[in-house]
Design a protein around this ligand. Structure first.
Ligand SMILES: Nc1nc2c(ncn2[C@@H]2O[C@H](COP(=O)(O)O)[C@@H](O)[C@H]2O)c(=O)[nH]1
Ligand SMILES: [Mg+2]
Ligand SMILES: [Zn+2]
Length: 567
């Protein structure tokens, strides 16, 4: 909810969206508080329930009245000061609802944003009350220290620096990141998640990520991928397309996607015949383990973040998470890209689970599309991990995997290849997919769902409001513009990073190639202008690498046949 608060200060548009979200969340939370109070045997609960029921009706009225005029008002956004919100729930109930209900507004007078701001404060208060109640236990739920909270304000930015977060949080980036992403979407209340259980689960994830002290596949990588997925969904506007369960599944999938990573590749497991390779029959060995071990965690009572889900919701959640994490197995990369390209020819048919899988997969390999300092650090960490594996392979007397031999590996050239053959085409398809989905949303609001068609509370509330169509189209139009900005950001970073690697490798930059060659190389559908812009400025042409040399520098988990085919 606080993420919505931050965005409110940005523009009237974002204010209106947040108010809608807020009202929906308040409504849901208040109802849940009533349920809780009805069952826990507290004294005077009749009074409390009456108050809360009254609050709901007032808030409902406020919501409908304010939204009628929301787009005409333009002042008092700065009224919203999260830190100024009082802490006593009872005081708040009296104060806020009394003000809204006093009838001080003359009939026909237009309400000011002040009263909207009160509704926002109300949302904050209820959120705090709810969090306190759902967190009652020996441990309190996660409250980030001020420097961490400050960094997390930019959680939806492409340039977010996860290393900063990790340093300022004392090595707890995944815990704070995970909690913030789930909380900011209102999922703690909507999906009835116990705050302490969530904290325990995230803390246990951190322990598992740290098991093998990996330089790259550690908790910071888990936090990074989760943040990137979140930024992609937020900035593109696709978050609006997803149900609560789908958002929750996507965030959890990103957080767990490398849980208990051994610091070695699937190929290493297969070649050295580890227990995991035996258990999973050489198929997606690590990915199966990440999933299985993480779901085991979620089963333990004090880490059970799924206990509030209905059976059907649980099944949908589990199925989505499994699909997404299995799709991070790099051996399926080319097939995944190819499948999405064919789905793009008819955007209405894009399955949500496939779209979400592509988003997670692309986020997983996204660091080359981030600012150089961040990308370089990730590269150094990954190469160190690869070299450690190579050292072990030498000791075991098995063949050294590609990129794992510290004596022969050409890091700079391999990075040029990775960016050109893997990362850039993935972002091209992702960009096409996002644009098509947003366009479909704008045009007809009909999309194929992966499972049960569930409606978010927001959608239900919106459906009741006569302004629905106006709000949705305004919303998506401006988000679409933001998406363009985001695409430009990753486009610029990819181009800059490749240029840097070329300089370091002593490889010359070629002039831009003809569009036909470009299309073949990038295998782009070129269905959108931003994508064409990417192809122009970051085409795969700059390589003076021999294709065989390039292939020899690619990780074994990629199909070399596929790479040859594209060269
Ligand atoms: N050669 C490089 N390979 C990279 C780089 N960053 C990531 N990768 C590869 O992608 C997978 C991602 O999957 P994960 O779930 O293991 O994170 C990773 O294992 C590498 O094989 C890179 O900068 N260069
Ligand atoms: Mg992985
Ligand atoms: Zn990963």
């Amino acid at each position: 909810m606080s993420a919505s608060i931050y965005s409110m200060s940005v523009s009237i548009y974002s204010m209106s969206v947040s108010i809608y979200n807020m009202s929906a969340s308040i409504y849901s939370m208040l109802q849940h508080i009533i349920d809780l109070l009805k069952t826990d045997g507290m004294v005077d609960k009749g009074d409390i329930i009456k108050n809360l029921e009254y609050s709901i009706s007032v808030l409902d009225t406020l919501y409908i009245e304010e939204t009628k005029r929301l787009f005409d008002d333009d002042d008092a956004l700065n009224e919203v000061e999260p830190d100024a919100v009082p802490s006593e729930v009872r005081d708040w109930l009296a104060q806020t609802f009394t003000k809204s209900q006093t009838g001080t507004r003359v009939q026909g007078e237009r309400p000011k944003f002040k009263s909207v701001a009160q509704a926002v404060r109300a949302g904050l208060m209820v959120d705090r009350l709810y969090r306190r109640m759902s967190s009652c236990g020996s441990e309190s739920a996660v409250e980030p220290p001020t420097p961490v909270a400050k960094i997390l304000k930019d959680v939806d930015q492409w340039s977010f620096n996860v290393f900063d977060l990790d340093e300022h949080s004392g090595g707890n980036s995944l815990r704070y990141m995970g909690y913030e992403l789930i909380r900011s979407q209102g999922l703690i209340s909507k999906l009835r998640i116990n705050g302490n259980h969530l904290d325990n689960f995230l803390t246990a994830l951190q322990v598992g990520y740290s098991k093998y002290s990996n330089p790259y596949h550690n908790l910071i990588h888990g936090a990074d991928v989760a943040q990137t997925v979140y930024a992609l969904l937020q900035i593109s506007g696709l978050m609006k397309w997803l149900t609560d369960i789908e958002i929750f599944a996507t965030i959890i999938a990103a957080l767990i996607h490398d849980y208990e990573h051994t610091g070695t590749t699937n190929n290493f497991h297969i070649m050295s015949r580890t227990s995991l390779a035996m258990l999973y029959n050489d198929r997606a060995v690590l990915e199966n383990h990440h999933l299985s071990a993480a779901f085991e965690l979620m089963k333990s009572e004090d880490k059970n973040i799924l206990s509030g889900l209905k059976a059907e919701e649980y099944r949908e959640f589990r199925s989505l998470v499994i699909d997404m994490v299995l799709a991070t197995d790099m051996s399926g990369h080319f097939q995944q890209i190819k499948n999405m390209r064919s789905m793009l020819s008819c955007a209405e048919n894009i399955e949500k689970s496939k779209a979400l899988s592509l988003i997670l997969h692309t986020a997983d390999i996204s660091h080359p599309s981030k600012p150089w300092v961040v990308h370089k650090r990730w590269t150094d960490n990954l190469i160190e991990e690869f070299f450690k594996q190579g050292d072990r392979e030498k000791v075991l007397g098995i063949a050294c995997s590609p990129l794992c031999d510290r004596q022969t590996t050409l890091v700079e050239k391999s990075q040029i290849g990775f960016i050109t053959i893997i990362v850039e085409p993935s972002f091209n398809v992702l960009g096409d997919m996002m644009e098509k989905l947003v366009a479909v949303l704008q045009n007809n609001n009909t999309l194929v769902d992966s499972g049960t068609q569930a409606h978010t509370i927001l959608e239900d509330v919106e459906a009741e409001a006569s302004q629905l169509n106006h709000i949705k189209s305004t919303n998506l139009k401006s988000l679409s513009m933001k998406e363009v900005a985001m695409v430009k950001h990753w486009e610029v970073c990819l181009a800059e990073n490749r240029k840097k690697w070329k300089e370091l490798a002593g490889v010359e930059d070629d002039p831009p190639e003809k569009s036909d060659d470009r299309n073949n190389n990038a295998n782009s559908t070129n269905s959108r202008s931003t994508n064409r812009a990417i192809s122009r400025s970051t085409s795969t042409t700059g390589l003076k690498l021999d294709a065989r040399e390039l292939n020899s520098q690619l990780p074994r988990s990629l199909s070399k046949a596929d790479v040859h085919h594209r060269n």
